[in-house]
Design a protein around this ligand. Structure first.
Ligand SMILES: [Zn+2]
Length: 255
């Protein structure tokens, strides 16, 4: 997962979504709302196209699913599911781009804790505050809080809901991306041996281009630094490490 920046809609599209929401609220209050019908009609309308384009743009060049960053994001996903929460079905902040598999796994499940979602919303928070990565298996898992020793409940719920530790193909691809990143760092460190340190900006740009799965935020953190090659980068090229940290691992949004 990776933190996404939510883009603003143009005012016509925002107005159109608001109009549809008002109409849905009115029908819902009267017990006559056909959630799927209302959604399908909006989704097919020309007025919705800019919203879809904005979601695709947020997801990046390859338009991957915002949850797994792996399969193609083919569906407009309602973070708060639309059937139990029709009052959010046209709320722009509630719309993400998702893949069929994540949509199937999530379904209408949406556990809350004191009214707050237990699923990570990549458009609203840094997923790595709740998640950790196992570079041996490629699995995602709940982040364990260093102070309390407790795994993040939100991370655990997200991993469980989207099976982020049990999708073999997914883990394989996360691991492949990690190995590519690591080998890029390795070559840069070896090339720099005895000479100047590797060109920071060029290396970070290459890493960014290789990071299909949002792993750099994990790599340039305390957790990533425990891995041998990344630990070596931090020791031998502290300047690059701190640039990487501020570029990738800050909780500030980045793509
Ligand atoms: Zn997905």
């Amino acid at each position: 997962m990776r933190r996404m920046v939510r883009e603003n809609l143009d005012s016509d599209t925002a107005d159109e979504l608001a109009r549809r929401q008002t109409e849905a609220d009115r029908q819902h209050a009267g017990g006559q709302l056909d959630v799927n019908g209302a959604w399908t009609s909006a989704r097919k309308s020309a007025a919705f196209r800019p919203a879809l384009a904005a979601l695709k743009h947020m997801a990046g060049d390859t338009e991957r699913c915002m949850y797994c960053l792996d399969s193609h994001g083919t569906d407009v996903e309602h973070f708060w599911p639309k059937s139990p929460y029709p009052q959010r079905m046209f709320d722009w902040a509630n719309l993400l781009l998702g893949c069929a598999e994540c949509g199937r796994l999530k379904g209408d499940r949406f556990p809350l804790d004191g009214g707050a979602p237990m699923l990570i919303d990549p458009s609203a928070e840094d997923p790595w505050e709740h998640l950790d990565f196992d570079s041996d298996t490629g699995n995602l898992m709940a982040r364990v809080d260093a102070a309390s020793g407790e795994p993040s409940r939100k991370g655990a719920a997200t991993v469980d809901m989207l099976k982020l530790d049990a999708r073999e193909a997914l883990s394989k691809l996360y691991k492949r991306t990690f190995l590519r990143l690591r080998s890029e760092v390795d070559s840069a460190l070896n090339a720099a041996r005895g000479t100047d340190s590797p060109n920071a900006v060029a290396l970070l740009d290459r890493l960014h281009a290789l990071d299909d799965h949002g792993l750099l935020a994990w790599c340039f953190s305390e957790r990533g630094a425990r891995e041998q090659t990344l630990g070596r980068l931090r020791r031998e090229s502290p300047g690059i490490w701190s640039q990487g940290e501020s570029r990738f691992a800050s909780t500030a949004a980045h793509r």
